[in-house]
Design a protein around this ligand. Sequence first.
Ligand SMILES: C[S@@+](CC[C@H](N)C(=O)[O-])C[C@H]1O[C@@H](n2cnc3c(N)ncnc32)[C@H](O)[C@@H]1O
Length: 462
Amino acid sequence: MTDSGKQSFITDIHQLDKKGAGQAVVWQEEEGRRKKLKLTVPSTLPGEKVRVLIDWPKRRRAHARVEEVIERHPERLDPPCPHFDRCGGCVWQHWRYEGQLRHKTEQVKALLAQHGFDPDVVRETIGMEHPWHYRNKMEFTFSPEGLLGLHEQGNFRQVISLETCLIAGEKIVKAAMEVARWARDHQLPGYHKDTHEGLLRHVMVRESFATGEVMVALFATEAPEGELKEAAADLTERVTKALPDVKSLLWLENRAWADRTQAERTHVLAGRDFIYDELCGFRYRLWFDTFFQTNPVQAAKLVELALEMGEPKPHEKMIDLFCGVGTFSLPFAKRVKALAGIEIVETSIESAKRNAKDNGVDNTYFLARDARRGIDDVLEQFGRPELLLLDPPRSGAGGKVMRKIGRAQPKRVVYVSCNPETFVADIAELAPFGYVLKTVQPVDMFPHTAHVECCALLVKSS
Ligand SMILES: C[S@@+](CC[C@H](N)C(=O)[O-])C[C@H]1O[C@@H](n2cnc3c(N)ncnc32)[C@H](O)[C@@H]1O
């Protein structure tokens, strides 16, 4: 027991949890009985012996900070980012990249085996050659004091003031620092989530690695008018001077209670209200709220992989379910007779249609509909597809959608997943329809985090 009433324990890290933190168990004698406490210990690795300091909590689980690593994992590194211990952006900068990739492969294999699938269909995870500055989009938050930064690990109320970020594109960091200096120089107040007072809420920066174009979007509770007009003009001058690649500088009014980067009104301070990006030779217009793959280097590999696995043919019809703005639709449409894309967000569908037109793709049919209803509508109007690709959100497609896919009987299903757990549950629904899992290829879209993306092929056996 220390002077502060905390207790010190030496313990072994036995495994990692789903979010990438170490797990350990410690025991305490209390009134003659041994009590067990499960610990979550960020920034540790399996097999390490560590000293932690904790308040013994009332519950059986607690978060603990490492005081000392007594026995180090052979792949442990000194994390290069000064914010690593506090920032919620990365969890594994203390682990050699090869170890991260190996862990991701093993995680997918173990999950498949647990659900009765053959783990040998899983290939080694495809990593990045340079796993730094890979993100093409970041959202930063203002603290009530007006400091711009990222959320603290596990604490969405606390903002860590930003000095650098090693996973964001370099222009993104530069733009965010410029806006942070501007806010400080003008002494503009940050927004307070509890009282709903204050002005500055978020900054979202997008950078196209292909075209070089940058979008900077500032979210505030008021319009850039009246007393704010001068400050807005100064923001425009500073940002466009420091970053000539900013082709879209936006001031977005957001008065909603929800803590999201949404807007009631858009004010274009400089340039247009979208930027151009490119992926696999296709050109896309991206607005501030357009979903687009955030690691373009790995996204290009993912699209190539999906094409390789799906083997689209010129006489075939295909469905792209959860198609977004058409990242998979356009390259596939070039190789099939006709493609139908289904997506719930209307603006994404408008964008997909425009992207198809901009790229000279004229055999697509895009439908803004919930996947469940969309499949029925498309099957009715379009007929049975030979090939179906799905790329659902983290929650997965769900049993009803998967059974509809099974009944539609495409010959081949390519499943792109950002959550192995929902992926395994979804593909289990296809087994009774005669689908066999042929290949699972994990692709590391988010180095230094525990996220795992996979591209898988299922083929109808009879
Ligand atoms: C992981 S993203 C994939 C988007 C696209 N394939 C891409 O690579 O850009 C998942 C998409 O599913 C859409 N979505 C979420 N729920 C949906 C639903 N119930 N029905 C149809 N689309 C949905 C989201 O809007 C999002 O665009």
